[in-house]
Design a protein around this ligand. Sequence first.
Ligand code: SF4
Ligand code: WCC
Ligand code: FE2
Length: 622
Amino acid sequence: LTPDKQISITSDGIKLLKKAKEDNIETVWDRHDAQQPQCGFCEMGLSCRICIMGPCRIDPFGEGPQTGVCGADADIIVARNLCRMIAAGAAAHSDHGRDLVEVLEAISEGKAPGYKIRDEAKLKLLAGEYGVETKDRDALSIAGDLAHSMMEDYGMRRKKVNLVSRAPIQRQKVWEKVGITPRGIDRETSEMMHRTHMGVDNNWQSLLLQGLRNALSDGWGGSMIATEVSDILFGVPSPKPTMVNAGVLKEDQVNIVVHGHNPVVSEMISLACQSPELLEKAKKLGANGINIAGVCCTGNELLMRRGIQMAGNHLMTELILSTGAVDMMIVDYQCIMPSIGKVASSYHTRMISTSDKAKFPGMEHHEFHPDNAQKKAMTIVEMAIENFANRKELFIPVKPQEAVGGFSVETIINALGGTADPLIDAIKQGKIRGAVGIVGCNNPKITHDYGHVTLTRRLIENDILVVDTGCVSVANAKAGFKVPSAIEMAGPGLKEICGALGIPPVLHLGSCVDNVRILVLVSALANALGVDISDLPVAGSAPEWYSEKAVTIGVYCVASGITTHLGPMPPVTGSKNIVELLTSGLDDVVGATFKVEPDPEKAALLIRHHIEKKRAGLGLDA
Ligand code: SF4
Ligand code: WCC
Ligand code: FE2
């Protein structure tokens, strides 16, 4: 690494990276450096290895080959590559949702000891939406029928995914007109993979339309099911105080860090951490308690519902181990770098993988299933306690930062006094200019957290309410945007409104699957104003995204009518046609587009401009 290249804007990140270097730990930044220069063909989306007549690449300068062996040109190759990213992202979120539906079913059959229906009201609400009879029926039989009905959303029994009906009617009509109403969750992903096989769909426009439909099957299907069933099983989030950054690890307690996405595992771990019997054992072995913290989205799930603290986001997942204070890290799936088992081997940390679908080098595998999760959680937390005695030197570099998280749509509406009207009035009066959802990852190509924090600061300064999810939410919490006093950093209008409600100007809406809470919120706003989502003064942004899941989220946001900014450029620049479509042509199709801008200062201007344009369109400042 060149010494002048700034790796992170966070003090725990910078200090822990220094420590990692002293300890001879190789990190994501070292490996990113070692990969330079990265392949220009791949960066532009111009390489194809879909079949074994290839691999092929298109010469972007027009001198070498302009088609692959099969005859596919740049447009087809770029479209197929992008569409396969969408399919992978949709598959990841939706498979996470599937695991929750299976737990719901197992509960109804009495085969999931330790799990229960925590929110019967939400169960009944969903049952109503799925046409499941609730009158005079006990929660368990409703749960069973709801699980089975959700399973049908995954398949091909339905003309459309059930929760699509939550979108404003205008939006549903757009989807019908364009022919992108998602039919089944697995169906759209499967069809996307089929259409991108050699010799199937070779029209870049129709490929991309299927990409939109596939992404919608995630946003209004698999991800929405993941969030809603998590609320049923673990409770609807409500605001709770918490702490964030590497300073949440405790010197005198057993530290367990959960990493991954699915609350099915982390919730059981958090319960086991409260077991009197295990606490007793921890004390006997010299620890003052059992401290659980999260990284990435499974941490966000716990933070939202239990106020459990977050030790860091994606680019902190290796560094956090360099504290030497993590007695155990427990992972499920997604965004878990396969490097971390090796990092942990330099410390005393025990690494545990838990999912039959996700195994990693340097980890012990303890598979969790609905029927054994409660017992397994007790066993591995006990192992963590026993590992406390093996600690060597500790380096906990910072004091934790306070934050408030847990803003579900339900609690936002509650905080507003039962309806969205006060928010709408504030937007109408111009005290709040609009709202932006900032979502997604970190990426070693960008100074860690710089994109998130800079963009957020500029937006709230200009009276734009920010909601965030995923790894952004940790960056913004660390930056101090999530305490009520953070209104001092907001513009006068936003400060007045948030101050009156006692909420921070940046609201934590949850994990990456919880981006669907944003869809539900904008649908409520659109319905209250009698307009489509694409008419609202709102935008999405992923300033530091890296993952295929983020591509899918971006695409379902745009297909839902939310114009979305991306920091890093997706691999599409090899096709002028596709760049054109994504950045302007889609406006005529779905009323929203992508805007790509790596510099968050410039992105803030772009987004503000977009919001003012939408305000004008609604005649708000006339
Ligand atoms: Fe090459 Fe076509 Fe095969 Fe892709 S599908 S690897 S472009 S021959
Ligand atoms: Ni969601 Fe991105 Fe974090 Fe992973 S945890 S790194 S997809 S934002
Ligand atoms: Fe995530």
